[in-house]
Design a protein. Structure first.
Length: 109
């Protein structure tokens, strides 16, 4: 580095003009910044396939859990939730109309 700034600038300018005039020796492998090679492309495709498989497995598992959550815990039917189980539903036959009867007397009639 025994050159002055002016000499260094002249040398760089000369090298640049020679490169433009004669080109660069050796194999030219110009690639864009966002371009990837074949090996990298294959690796990315494998990762994408693996991620797709994982997402599919998660979706299936979530669907199975949703079905399991809808099973009635009283009669184990999947046709209704627990709070709508027919065994919990009250009918008029379960309760006589004379609920207000005490000692054989009916009130409110």
């Amino acid at each position: 580095m025994d050159k002055t700034p002016a000499t260094a600038r002249h040398l760089i300018s000369n090298m640049a003009s020679n490169t433009q005039q004669f080109g660069i020796k050796g194999p030219s492998q110009t690639r864009m910044v966002n371009e990837i090679g074949g090996a990298s492309n294959q690796r990315l495709e494998n990762q994408l396939a693996e991620l797709t498989s994982l997402v599919t497995q998660l979706a299936v598992k979530r669907h199975q859990l949703a079905l399991a959550a809808k099973v009635c815990s009283i009669c184990t039917s999947v046709e209704h939730p627990t709070d709508m189980c027919p065994t919990l539903q009250e009918t008029e036959l379960d309760h006589p109309k004379n609920v207000g009867a005490i000692g054989g007397f009916q009130y409110g009639k």
